[in-house]
Design a protein around this ligand. Structure first.
Ligand code: GDP
Ligand code: MG
Length: 353
């Protein structure tokens, strides 16, 4: 390595050096941040292929990313997961936790979950979201990343913070550090934050800085319980695209049917195949079944002359093509969960183009 850390440090002001040392405030360690001069360092060499991790050594847990709008939660999630995956504007929550991303690295599997209410609160809607559902959703995760803009703490931040239950470790992620020009202001601000909540650690960082993401993952690892992974190690490759496809159909389904359709309706992906394309672009063939509870619901999803179903398919296709950077053919079916109708009553809507 040509760049020696020590040499680098000596070029810094005393104040900057202080910021690189772990700081103890009321028994809590503030993790030092690598200086912004990191950009000048040579790129980190690619790690050699890791050996398989034995089940005994594995860690796995749920991590929630919370914070008021615009602090950088989505940016952070995408960087932590390492792939564009978070889908916005959902209205339905059929499961307690919706997985928004998985990252498996070394012995650790981080399962990032959506926390209904926390992600979607906007301005005046903040108060409305102060309810049990919201609090409940974040009360059984292993770790909470509470994201704020470094150096700032507003009423909106306070409202989100007030929703957090005691007993779960919360890291203060002071994001957008690159926007803070007077770095000396950060230490006193962190101290004031310590008075607001018993954060277990403070992580001043920038979600747009890859080194910070690596560091944040490291910091989070110890909070994951030692237990076997829940998901396959590569679950973010093909299967996550499949997951995205089903989420996308669901999102369009609920958006286009309004509130009439019960949230118990589900989407099953029957086929997700990549075709050897004649062109440079990837080609995906997807078949999905929307499973509803009653005939009436089926009619609602299909719509007049199949219009509604066709629109669900078209809108899903358009967005998936952008998201997956591929040409997508999607085929949708609607099926009533139980009863006589079953397969015969499937309605096809073929090959949107
Ligand atoms: P969310 O509403 O909390 O999900 O916030 P987003 O992830 O959508 O980010 C809001 C804005 O902040 C976007 O314009 C991001 O590009 C920007 N942003 C996120 N992280 C950083 C960061 O570390 N530094 C800077 N300068 N901008 C950031
Ligand atoms: Mg967001």
């Amino acid at each position: 390595m040509s760049t020696d850390k020590k040499t680098n440090d000596s070029a810094l002001t005393a104040q900057e050096q202080t910021m690189r040392r772990p700081v103890q405030i009321a028994g809590v360690t503030i993790q030092p941040r690598d200086a912004s001069e990191d950009a000048a360092l040579p790129p980190v060499a690619a790690a050699p292929a890791p050996a398989p991790v034995p089940v005994e050594g594995q860690r796995c847990g749920l991590v929630a990313i919370v914070g008021k709008p615009n602090v950088g939660k989505s940016t952070l999630l995408n960087a932590l997961v390492g792939q564009k995956i978070s889908i916005t504007s959902r209205k339905a929550q059929t499961t307690r936790h919706r997985i928004t991303g998985i990252r498996t690295q070394g012995a650790a599997q981080y399962v990032f979950v959506d926390t209904p209410g926390f992600q979607t609160i906007h301005g005046t809607a903040l108060n409305k979201s102060l309810n049990k559902t919201v609090v409940g959703a974040v009360s059984d995760v292993d770790l909470v990343l509470f994201v704020v803009e470094a150096g700032s703490f507003t009423t909106a931040d306070a409202k989100v913070l007030a929703l957090l239950k005691p007993g779960i470790p919360v890291l203060l992620v002071a994001n957008k550090l690159d926007n803070v020009h007077r770095r000396g202001d950060i230490a006193p601000w962190l101290q004031s934050m310590q008075e607001r909540h018993a954060f277990t650690e403070f992580v001043p960082m920038s979600a747009k800085q890859p080194k910070d993401i690596v560091r944040l993952l490291d910091i989070c690892e110890k909070y994951l319980p030692e237990q076997p992974w829940w998901h396959a190690e590569d679950e973010l490759t093909d299967r996550s695209e499949k997951f995205l496809a089903s989420e996308m159909v669901r999102e369009k389904l609920f958006r286009l049917t309004g509130d009439e359709l019960p949230y118990t309706s589900t989407v099953v992906i029957d086929k997700f195949e990549e075709e050897a394309g004649r062109t440079a672009k990837r080609m995906l063939r997807i078949a999905a079944t929307i499973v509803v509870e009653r005939e009436g619901h089926k009619a609602m999803v299909i719509g007049d002359k199949g219009e509604k179903l066709k629109r669900i398919g078209t809108e899903t296709r358009v967005e998936l093509e952008k998201l997956l950077d591929a040409k997508v053919f999607i085929e949708l079916w609607v099926k009533v969960r139980s009863g006589w109708a079953d397969d015969e009553a499937r309605v096809r809507s073929f090959g949107y183009e």
